[in-house]
Design a protein around this ligand. Structure first.
Ligand SMILES: Nc1nc2c(c(=O)[nH]1)N[C@H]1C(S)=C(S)[C@@H](COP(=O)(O)O)O[C@H]1N2
Ligand SMILES: [Mo]
Length: 215
């Protein structure tokens, strides 16, 4: 359809592509089954070392101070008080061994442990009929997911990687582990969570990566 167009710097083509991507979001949301599980692997399949990725290189990894850390909550949440790390660590924990797939063309199996995000959303009185959950990160990264994915049984607020407190490179003090989505929709160093009906976008999403990006 676009062959022959000068695709650099053409506003009309850009608009068509963005609207195709929005259409693609809706199609993926319709096809998404809330109960279909991502494949889980044996612990022997875990990659070691596990790759690091971010919009910067390893020498710029953010260090978050765990003692003063507070997770901020906002938007359509009944009990929006902030949470300290010891309070978060006291939540019920589960583990998963799943494959992380990066849009840049690599994938790796890892083990993450944390609290099911659905249980956390229910605990804080989040309006689970809202459209989006947005994440702001300590390194200024941000992203957002649809509510159906936020409530998926394998979506975890993860505090551990390979049975150890999440190291800085993998997102201390916590990341959202979403095995049904591409890697860039798995925010590390989460500082704030918002429940909203206003499209929050994301760091890569705003630069053209498809927003839904189910894997
Ligand atoms: N805060 C934050 N989260 C982020 C990113 C980032 O740059 N900052 N990069 C994303 C991308 S593109 C990938 S592939 C994964 C990499 O996670 P890993 O370092 O644990 O492999 O983190 C995602 N979450
Ligand atoms: Mo990625």
């Amino acid at each position: 359809m676009l062959t022959g167009c000068d695709v650099t710097n053409n506003e009309t083509v850009d608009k068509v592509l963005w609207s195709m991507s929005r259409w693609n979001d809706r199609a993926q949301a319709t096809l998404f089954s809330p109960d279909k599980l991502a494949v889980e692997y044996p612990e022997s399949a875990i990659a070691n070392p596990f790759p690091f990725n971010a919009y910067y290189t390893e020498d710029e990894i953010r260090t978050v101070d765990g003692t003063s850390y507070k997770l901020e909550l906002g938007g359509l949440i009944r009990d929006a008080r902030s949470w300290t790390l010891p309070e978060l660590y006291a939540l019920p924990q589960v583990s998963q061994v799943t494959r992380h797939i990066c849009v840049e063309g690599w994938s790796a199996i890892g083990k993450w442990s944390g609290t099911p995000f659905r249980a956390f959303l229910e605990r804080i009185g989040a309006d689970t009929t809202a459209k989006y959950v947005g994440f702001k990160c300590a390194d200024d990264y941000f992203t957002s997911i649809d509510m159906a994915t936020a409530l998926h049984p394998q979506t975890l607020l993860a505090f551990r990687f390979a049975d150890r407190i999440l190291p800085p490179k993998y997102g201390f003090p916590m990341k959202l582990r979403v095995p049904t989505k591409l890697g860039f929709k798995n925010p590390k160093h989460i500082a704030a969570i918002t429940v909203t009906n206003t499209y929050p976008g994301g760091y890569w999403e705003d630069q053209g990566y498809n927003w839904f990006s189910g894997s």
